[in-house]
Design a protein around this ligand. Structure first.
Ligand code: NAG
Ligand code: NAG
Ligand code: NAG
Length: 281
C-alpha cells in the first residue's frame, strides 16, 4: 500500500514541506492512507541534491515509515513512479520542468508563485495551488490551498493532511490567491517590520538590544495567541487594554495619525497587485 510523492525542485519551500511530511507524527487509522510510503526528491544538480541529502540525514525515523530517495537529473523516472507530484521550482523553470515530464494523470501540487490553475491545467487536470510562507520551516507556517474542479474530495483531504503539517492550512477560491500571496507569503516580512519597529522603540528609550528583542518577540507571539485563544476581534481586545486617559490610547492615537493602519492595508494590497502581474506573463 501507500503511494509515491515526487518533489520536483527541492528548494526552501520544497524542503519545508518535505520535512513537515516526513516528520509528521504517526497518522491515525483514518489519515494513514494520505501519507506516501516513499518520497523522491528531484534536483537538477548533484550539489543541490547533496544539500537535500544533508537535510534528510538530520531526520530521525519517520513515524509513518516514509522512505526518501534523493535524485538529480532524474525527473522522468521519479514522476512515472509517483501518483502525486509536488512542483517546487522557481517560476521561470516551471515550464521547462513540466515539459520534461508527463504529469497528465498525476495529482499536481504547485508551490510556484504566479502560475494559475488554468496554466497548470495544460499539464494535469488535477491541480492544487499552494501558497505558504517561510515559518513553515519551523512548523509555524500558514498555507492557502486552491484546487482545480477535478480534484476529488479524497484528494483534497490528502493535500490538507499533508500540507497541514507545516502549521495550519485553509482552502480558498483561486480568485483569492494573489491576496493570499501578499498576506501569507509576504506577511512575515510585514510582521518583521513591525517587530523591528517595536525593538527600535525600546532601544531609542534605553532598553538594550537583546532585551528589546526579547520583549518584542513575546509581545507579538502573546498577542497572536490571545486573539486565537479568545476568538475575539482584535479591536475588542485592544479596547480592553485602553484605560481612559491612559498610556495605550495615547500611543494608539499617534500611530493612527501617522497612518500605520492604512500603510499596512495599502502595503499588502500593493504586494497583491504585484503578485497578480506576475501571473500575467
Ligand atoms: C502521459 O501519460 C498518460 C497516461 O499515463 C498517457 O495516456 C499519455 O499518452 C501520456 N502522454 C504523453 C505525451 O506521453
Ligand atoms: C485521487 O484520489 C483517488 C482516490 O479517491 C485516486 O484513485 C486517484 O488516483 C487520485 N487522483 C489523482 C489524479 O491522483
Ligand atoms: C533546480 C532546483 O530545483 N534546484 C534546487 C535544488 O536544491 C537546492 C537545495 O538543496 C535548491 O536551493 C535549488 O533551488
Amino acid at each position: 500500500m501507500g503511494y509515491t510523492l515526487a518533489i520536483l525542485g527541492c528548494g526552501v519551500m520544497g524542503q519545508a514541506l518535505l520535512s513537515a511530511i516526513y516528520n509528521a507524527p504517526a497518522a491515525s487509522p483514518e489519515t494513514k492512507e494520505f501519507y506516501p510510503s516513499k518520497i523522491i526528491t528531484c534536483n537538477s544538480s548533484k550539489g543541490s541534491a547533496g544539500n537535500v541529502e544533508e537535510l534528510i540525514k538530520s531526520f530521525g525515523k519517520s513515524a509513518n515509515d516514509i522512505e526518501v530517495e534523493t535524485t538529480f537529473d532524474d525527473n522522468k523516472r521519479a514522476v512515472n513512479e509517483a501518483q502525486v507530484v509536488l512542483l517546487g521550482t522557481k517560476p521561470y523553470l516551471a515550464q521547462e520542468v513540466l515539459n520534461s515530464v508527463n504529469v497528465s494523470e498525476k495529482l499536481l501540487l504547485s508551490l510556484v508563485a504566479g502560475w494559475t490553475i488554468e496554466q497548470l491545467g495544460e499539464y494535469s487536470q488535477y491541480v492544487t495551488r499552494i501558497m505558504t510562507n517561510t515559518p513553515a520551516k519551523f512548523g509555524y507556517g500558514m498555507a492557502v490551498l486552491s484546487h482545480s474542479a477535478r480534484v476529488s474530495n479524497h484528494n483534497k483531504s490528502l493535500v490538507k493532511e499533508l500540507v497541514g503539517n507545516i502549521g495550519d492550512c485553509i482552502e480558498l477560491p483561486e480568485k483569492n490567491m494573489d491576496a493570499a500571496t501578499a498576506l501569507v507569503g509576504s506577511g512575515p516580512a510585514f510582521v518583521l517590520l513591525m517587530m523591528e519597529s517595536l525593538m527600535e522603540s525600546g532601544i531609542k528609550m534605553g532598553i538594550p538590544l537583546k532585551e528589546s528583542k526579547q520583549c518584542a518577540i513575546k509581545v507579538l507571539e502573546g498577542t497572536a495567541k490571545m486573539v486565537e485563544k479568545t476568538g475575539e476581534h482584535p479591536s475588542v481586545l485592544k479596547h480592553q487594554v485602553c484605560t481612559p486617559g491612559g498610556t495605550t490610547i495615547a500611543g494608539l492615537c499617534v500611530m493612527e495619525e501617522k497612518g500605520v493602519r492604512s500603510g499596512i492595508v495599502k502595503g499588502v494590497e500593493e504586494a497583491a497587485a504585484v503578485a497578480s502581474r506576475l501571473g500575467k506573463k
